[in-house]
Design a protein around this ligand. Sequence first.
Ligand SMILES: [Zn+2]
Length: 128
Amino acid sequence: MSIFSKGRKAYSIFFFKCPHCHEGRLFINPNPYALRQLYEMPEACEECGQDFQLEPGFYWGGMYISYVIAAFILFGTFAILLFGLGVEFRMAEIITVVIVLVLWPVLFRLSRSIWINVFVHYQGKAPW
Ligand SMILES: [Zn+2]
């Protein structure tokens, strides 16, 4: 059983699926680059009814996740470019910022997906 198979946290996190049933979509538009709908999530899972807004301002906590992931990518990419590939300092800065900006919509959704998975666990489609 792979870590990306249904029933595992990674499946829900990386495929943006409901953490409770792993079937319903966490975001209305599955494409994170449809920026107008980036934030739009259903109120609850269309498959099992799991509430996606556990409390008002629930996803503020996801910002910490986003911050940590972005910092890892930022410093990791910068270090690889600068020390691994010998790219000039200024160019490494620009490339790193561009990579983070391009990945930002995915990071945003990933952080929300991780955050809700901290609190909601897989229980299949059974009522809760
Ligand atoms: Zn569900």
